[in-house]
Design a protein around this ligand. Structure first.
Ligand SMILES: NC(=O)CC(=O)C(=O)O
Length: 291
């Protein structure tokens, strides 16, 4: 596979409405807009075909075992092929045909329109006691959790996938780095309080700890919705966790330049991989004192 190491990523911060067909058609418009501005790799938000609302997930869910029966996936496959772009397809509610279970799932399409990977959100967003001003949310009332990490080889390097709350788990990002990821894409939908406090901090931390790129894509804010979304989709670089591009909370397409040479430059200056002391802290039982 040809590896392109310097390219533009397009982040589609979409307005998600109660009309699935309108969401599919608007996602297509933003993907076109991103490609017209030179993006070769395009990222969509978490829950781009469905409002982020537990009472709607089952109604909007699609069977992803056969993408011909999934209108959202068919659109992504067709537009990836016709524009010759790679699409990290945010997430939509998936209904598994055999178990009937629902998942929060991201599909990745290559530039030939082929489905390359499917990531089911591993860490479901179950809030305990909400932070002041927070909405209450318990994804596990509706969704089942994915069981597998997802690293996918694309024309634009090796990409790890996490969905929203997956961002909070450094272990997943460490695993992606160990498996060769250059970039981790996190479709997400943080809310107003977690968003302001943690959204940027967590993506910069994942990028800087692992010396790789991180990109997030959120739906835009919709004041009519019950779950108010923070927005602020962002692309972060490997050197200082530098913000390469970011948005406000309105519907928009963000274009940012990625250059994987910066990963090696960073790793040449601080060779964290070689300095790691696995004998000190890997495989230890965290609940036991060291002997
Ligand atoms: N959708 C989510 O997983 C939301 C989340 O993590 C948040 O902090 O808000």
């Amino acid at each position: 596979m040809t590896k392109i190491t310097k390219f533009k990523i397009g982040i589609c911060q979409l307005k998600v409405t109660i009309e699935k067909n309108a969401n599919i058609s608007q996602a297509r418009n933003l993907i076109h807009a991103a490609a017209e501005q030179g993006a070769n790799l395009i990222l969509l938000p978490e829950m781009w075909n469905c409002p982020y609302s537990a009472d709607l997930f089952a109604e909007f869910a699609e069977n992803l075992n056969d993408i011909n029966s999934s209108p959202s996936s068919l659109m992504l496959s067709e537009v990836a092929y016709s524009l010759g772009v790679t699409i990290i397809g945010g997430s939509i509610p998936e209904r598994d045909a055999s178990s009937g279970r629902l998942y929060n799932t991201c599909c990745v399409f290559g530039s030939n329109g082929e489905l390359k990977a499917k990531h089911r959100k591993i860490h479901l967003f179950d809030m305990g006691k909400p932070l002041p001003g927070d909405v209450h949310f318990k994804e596990s009332d509706t969704f089942s959790a994915g069981e597998k990490p997802t690293v996918v080889e694309t024309d634009f390097g090796c990409i790890g996938i996490g969905i929203c709350h997956d961002l909070r788990f450094p272990e997943l990002a460490i695993l992606y780095r160990a498996r060769g990821a250059h970039l981790i894409c996190y479709p997400g939908a943080f809310n107003m309080s977690t968003g302001e406090a943690l959204w940027e901090l967590e993506q910069r931390t994942r990028a800087v700890d692992n010396q790789l790129y991180a990109a997030t894509c959120s739906p835009c804010r919709d004041s009519a919705g019950s779950y108010m979304i923070w927005g602020h989709s962002t692309v972060v670089g490997p050197q200082m966790g530098e913000i390469i591009g970011t948005t406000g909370h309105e519907e928009t397409v963000l274009i940012a330049e990625i250059d994987y040479a910066k990963i090696q430059l960073t790793r040449d200056s601080f060779s964290l991989e070689n300095q790691r002391r696995d004998n000190v802290y890997r495989f230890i039982d965290l609940h036991q004192e060291s002997p």
